[in-house]
Each structure stands twice: as structure tokens, then as C-alpha cells.
Design a protein. Structure first.
Length: 442
């Protein structure tokens, strides 16, 4: 009788085992797909969140940079930030570059609103065409504009003159702007405008003449003209006309030395002999309004256009991103005291156990707070909870031991290997349960 019963039971177990195996396979596949989908979704959400924080942080940093550069705050800073975003949405430069340019122009020229936007955008386009640093270009160009009194409405023409000078004379933009800033006061003293000074310095650079030697001589010439009751600009124009008619080098040098001294005279003579005009330079470069804009449209690559599209999209969602950053900032700020409390609570538990933790919570939140009452109740009930859990685990341990013995006996017919595996598994479970009991009972 025992054998048929054993066969029947084992047969049923085989059917059940096959069914469970098939189900496990299907569920395993489903679980793998679900897990992959979940991880993918979580990764996507995390990625989006990281990008949002990065971009929001970029805008937040840009606002801070503008505030530091200009000293603006409140509504004034809001206006500057709006102009920054308007420009950023139309150029391929990075947020940090546009912010630096905005701060520099606002500081050097004291501009706001549309005038600020006009100058920053013109400087940005000039830097883009020539591959120059936007922040430095805007800062140095604004300094020169301030020196020569170039209005914001004339910024486009001035930037065009700078571009034309680099094209006609082969001078690099940073060097030209540096020379304009250094020589600006001296050239202005004898009547040069920003356009005329740009043309003069560009032509001198092409001729290889170091015009910085003229800084002091030009100022001295202007001072002498004023003392003689003459207009310095007219006096310089008269000299330029006179020098242009001298063909003898010795005579030219003598005339130049007479008006500008030995150092300045040598530089003037070199310029005249190299064919650099000293007069009528204000119209030498021509009307270059719109030149930068036209050039940038012709030279802008698809990469540049994609960057502009990205910037435009980022500016469009900036209000949302800023709210995210502000919210996280507030959350992190609020967490500070909480982390301190958690650290103190851990120390209280380590030194006094549950009773110590209860005392800490009562001191922190008050004796009648819900947290304190709940913690006291849990502390009081813990011995009973511990005993109950310990008894339950011991019962499970006994069941596992019984099952282990039964399986060892029943599965002898299946082979020693299977028995050994099963025994090992349950012994490991028994060890784990024993460890849990040790922890609970202290």
C-alpha cells in the first residue's frame, strides 16, 4: 500500500512542480521586463531631474553673477535678469558668458532695458563672428564706448567698425580694444572719434608702428594748442595736412619733432611715410551699421543655430526651473535642523537605549506632543513586543527544524546530493533566525 501512495504523491508533486516552474518562468520574464521598465522610468525621471537642477542652477548662478557685477537687487536686478534672458535666447553663447556680458555692459555704461539689450547683443554677435570671448569683448567694448561717449543707439555701428578694422587691417579684436582703451584719452584730445581712433589704430598696426609712443606727445600737443588759444582738433588737422605735403624724410621728421617731441615725432614720421592718413579718419571705415548682424547670419552654422534653439527653450522654461531650484534650496535649508536632531537622537539611543531616546524626544518636542506620547507607549510596550516576536520566531525555528527532519527522511530516495542541498539551505535559515533572536533578546 505504501508504494502506490508514494507514487501518487510524488506524481502529483511533479505536476505541481512543473506548473510552478512554468509559472515562475513566466513571472520571471514579466518581472524582468517590469524591472527593466521601472529602472528605465526611474532613470529617465532622475535624468530629467538632474538636467532641471543643472539648468536651473545655471540660471540661478547667472542671476547671482549679474547681481555681483552690478550691485543691483530687487526690481532692478529683475529687469537686468530679464534683459539677460532676452539676449540669451537669441545667441549661441553659454549662460555664463551672456551673464558676464550683461553685468559688464550694465556696469560700464549704466544701461538698462532695451539699450542694455542692444549693446549686449551687438557685442555677442561680434564675439561670435570673430570667435572671441563674449565676456571680455562686451567688457572692453563697453569701456571704449564709455571713453568716447558712444551711445547705445550707435553700438551696432561701433561694433561694425571694429569688425571692419579687423577685416581691413588684420588686427585682432582683443588687441584693438586694448589699444583703444589705452590710447582713447590721447586720441580724443586731438579730435578723434571712436570710429576715427579705430581706423587710425588699425592702420598703424598694419604698418607695424607702435602708436603707444604717441600717448603722452598727443596730450602735450593738445595742451599746447589750448594754451595758444587754438582748438586741439583743428590744430592736429592743420598739422596732418601740412605733413602730407612733405616728401623729404628729414624735413618730415623735423616737422614732427617740432610738434610732438623726439619720441612722438619719430612715430608720426613713420606713420606718414607708411601711408597712414592722419586726417579725415572718421570716415575711413565707412558706414558699418548692420555689418555684424549680416556677417553673423552668413557665418552661423547649424551647430550655432541648434545652440540658439536650445537657449530659447531653456529661457522659455526658466520660471519653472527657478521654482524647482528655489524649492530645493528651501528644502535643504529646512533639513539642516532636522539632521542635527537626527544626529542627537542617534547619540541618545546609543547611550540610553529606547529610554534614552524617549527622554530625548520628550525634551525636544515636549511631554504632551504626539511624537513623545507615541514613543513612550512604544518604549513601555517593547518588552512585550520583543517577547512576542521572539516566541514567534522560535516557533518558526521549530517548524523549520521539523520540516528539515521530515525532508531529510522523505527525500532519501531522491539522492544524497539533493538532501545535502536542502539540509544546507534550511541550516542557513536556522542560523539567520537564531541571529535575529540573539539581537532581539540582547
Amino acid at each position: 500500500m505504501a508504494k502506490p501512495i508514494t507514487v501518487k504523491i510524488l506524481g502529483d508533486a511533479s505536476d505541481l512542480q512543473r506548473a510552478l516552474g512554468q509559472a515562475e518562468t513566466r513571472l520571471s520574464k514579466f518581472g524582468g521586463v517590469a524591472k527593466t521598465a521601472a529602472l528605465g522610468a526611474a532613470g529617465a525621471v532622475a535624468g530629467i531631474g538632474a538636467v532641471a537642477l543643472k539648468v536651473g542652477g545655471d540660471f540661478d548662478q547667472a542671476r547671482k553673477d549679474i547681481a555681483v557685477a552690478t550691485g543691483a537687487s530687487g526690481a532692478a536686478l529683475d529687469d537686468l535678469f530679464d534683459q539677460f534672458k532676452d539676449v540669451a535666447a537669441t545667441v549661441p553663447g553659454g549662460m555664463d558668458e551672456v551673464a558676464a556680458a550683461t553685468g559688464a555692459v550694465a556696469t560700464q555704461l549704466g544701461l538698462t532695458g532695451d539699450d542694455l539689450e542692444t549693446v549686449v547683443r551687438s557685442a555677442s554677435e561680434l564675439a561670435e563672428v570673430l570667435g572671441a570671448d563674449l565676456g571680455d569683448t562686451a567688457d572692453n567694448a563697453a569701456r571704449v564706448m564709455n571713453q568716447f561717449g558712444v551711445a547705445a543707439t550707435d553700438a551696432d555701428g561701433f561694433m561694425g567698425d571694429l569688425l571692419k578694422a579687423t577685416q581691413d587691417f588684420g588686427v585682432d579684436l582683443p588687441g584693438l580694444l586694448s589699444d583703444l582703451e589705452k590710447m582713447g584719452p590721447a586720441l580724443q584730445s586731438v579730435g578723434f572719434s571712436a570710429e576715427g581712433a579705430t581706423a587710425f589704430l588699425g592702420a598703424a598696426n598694419k604698418a607695424g608702428v607702435d602708436v603707444t609712443r604717441l600717448k603722452s606727445p598727443l596730450l602735450q600737443f593738445a595742451k599746447a594748442a589750448i594754451e595758444a588759444g587754438k582748438d586741439p582738433a583743428e590744430a592736429f588737422a592743420d598739422f596732418a595736412e601740412q605733413a602730407s605735403g612733405v616728401t623729404d624724410s628729414v624735413e618730415l621728421l623735423a616737422l614732427a619733432n617740432e610738434n610732438f617731441g623726439t619720441t612722438g615725432g619719430a612715430a608720426i614720421a613713420e606713420l606718414v611715410e607708411a601711408g597712414v592718413p592722419l586726417g579725415d579718419l572718421n570716415d575711413l571705415l565707412g558706414d558699418n551699421a548692420g555689418l555684424v548682424g549680416d556677417t553673423v547670419e552668413q557665418t552661423r552654422t547649424w551647430t550655432d543655430k541648434l545652440k540658439i534653439l536650445k537657449n530659447r527653450a531653456l529661457v522659455a522654461v526658466e520660471p519653472l526651473l527657478s521654482k524647482i531650484v528655489d524649492g530645493i534650496d528651501a528644502f535643504v535649508t529646512a533639513l539642516g535642523p532636522a539632521f542635527d536632531t537626527i544626529g542627537d537622537a542617534v547619540e541618545a539611543f546609543k547611550s540610553g537605549g529606547l529610554t534614552g531616546l524617549s527622554d530625548f524626544i520628550e525634551a525636544r518636542f515636549g511631554p504632551n506632543s504626539p511624537v513623545t506620547r507615541a514613543m513612550r507607549a512604544f518604549t513601555d510596550a517593547w518588552p512585550d513586543i520583543r517577547d512576542t516576536v521572539t516566541d514567534a520566531i522560535r516557533t518558526v525555528r521549530q517548524v523549520v527544524g521539523t520540516v528539515l527532519d521530515a525532508l531529510s527522511l522523505a527525500w532519501e530516495t531522491w539522492g544524497d546530493n539533493i538532501t545535502a542541498v536542502a539540509t544546507t539551505v534550511f541550516e542557513q535559515v536556522d542560523d539567520v533566525i537564531g541571529g535575529v533572536i540573539d539581537v532581539l533578546t540582547g
